[in-house]
Design a protein around this ligand. Structure first.
Ligand SMILES: [Zn+2]
Length: 351
């Protein structure tokens, strides 16, 4: 008889604990429940809120708005961003909820820009750079979002030869020289070497040591495929570029000369890192040598510097003969990702 009594006691004890627990949980959740219901949220909506919004954030819901439920139910919704979504939504009540979520997930500081599908597509792009946001949004000459990013990252939303700055020599093989970056006055590399006649057919036959070694290796490699490559023009001094550019301006006028020739200080040839190969003429594009270079130069650290259809990024028309040394590792990235040096530099160096 005594044994039975003893068995019942722990059960009663557990039952009492359970009652207290249920009462406690109920008591705690009731006010939220009630306040949301009193704002007009259905019981289904209330449970969505309670499941997906943290307790500290309930208080930010001050009126009935089914968009709040849409925000919470969205695929990319993140609990910790709830308050930011609400703030941004309040400023952009007409905008698409998914755009709002994408933009806030990307960067809270974007709140200062108006929510739009363009902004949402921009932040999803691989090469998007936050500090360029205003310029992306301002650039209206192009509709394609990835092209807008490429152009603006390359500064090519500015007019050529405006907003210029001095190239950073410390970038070594990656030094950027184009219509926005120019070399310091009278810059001359200190490790130029002369290519022998086996590798050269032009008057300007000097390259920086590392680039020269890579170039000779490439020429030797090409020869195994029965491809004959020779340098036609490599390092060009500042003074040489002055005479060249002046000659072109005299012949064709400044506007035309700027399309195919660089202004002094703005020529990549002054870096000692690039070479014009074989024929400096657009007909070169159709040769087997040009084809070989396009497919293989990156293996030796060279990139096709002014590719087809990238004129609005590089500032130069297609030059199938002009190759620039950047080193094997980076040449491969540029080749694989189909970038120009401008795009690579903006995203991987400057950013
Ligand atoms: Zn060239």
């Amino acid at each position: 008889m005594k044994k039975r009594k003893l068995k019942k006691e722990p059960l009663i004890f557990l039952f009492v604990i359970a009652c207290i627990l249920v009462y406690y949980l109920n008591f705690r959740s009731k006010p939220v429940d009630k306040s949301l219901s009193s704002l007009g949220y259905s019981s289904k909506e209330v449970s969505i809120v309670m499941k997906n919004v943290s307790k500290n954030d309930y208080k930010f819901i001050k009126k009935y708005d089914d968009s709040i439920i849409n925000i919470i139910s969205s695929r990319d919704y993140k609990k910790e961003n709830f308050k930011k979504y609400l703030d941004y939504y309040e400023k952009n009540t007409d905008s698409d909820i998914n755009d709002i979520i994408t933009i806030i997930n990307s960067d809270y500081d974007l709140m200062k820009y108006k929510a739009s599908s363009l902004l949402a597509s921009l932040v999803k792009e691989k090469y998007y750079i936050y500090k360029n946001t205003a310029r992306y949004l301002d650039y209206t000459k192009e509709k394609d979002v990835s092209k807008i990013i490429s152009i603006v990252n390359s500064k090519a939303d500015y007019e050529f030869y405006t907003n210029t700055s001095v190239s950073n020599i410390d970038d070594g093989n990656l030094v950027l020289v184009n219509k926005f970056y120019h070399l310091p006055d009278k810059y001359e590399p200190n490790d130029l070497v002369t290519l022998t006649s086996k590798y050269n057919q032009g008057a300007n036959s000097k390259l920086r040591k590392e680039a020269a070694d890579a170039f000779m290796k490439m020429v030797d490699g090409a020869m195994l495929d029965n491809i004959i490559l020779k340098n036609s023009s490599a390092y060009r001094s500042y003074d040489y570029q002055v005479s060249l550019y002046e000659r072109y301006v005299k012949r064709d006028g400044k506007e035309k000369a700027d399309i195919y020739s660089a202004r002094p200080g703005y020529s990549e040839h002054q870096t000692g890192l690039c070479t014009d190969i074989n024929t400096i003429d657009s007909s070169f594009a159709n040769t087997k040598e040009a084809k070989w270079l396009k497919d293989n130069a990156y293996k030796y650290g060279f990139i096709l510097r002014f590719p087809k259809d990238k004129e609005n990024i590089t500032g130069y028309k297609y030059e199938p003969w002009h190759y620039r040394y950047v080193g094997e590792k980076i040449a491969k990235i540029i080749y694989d990702e189909d970038l120009t040096l401008e795009e690579y530099y903006a995203y991987y160096v400057e950013k």
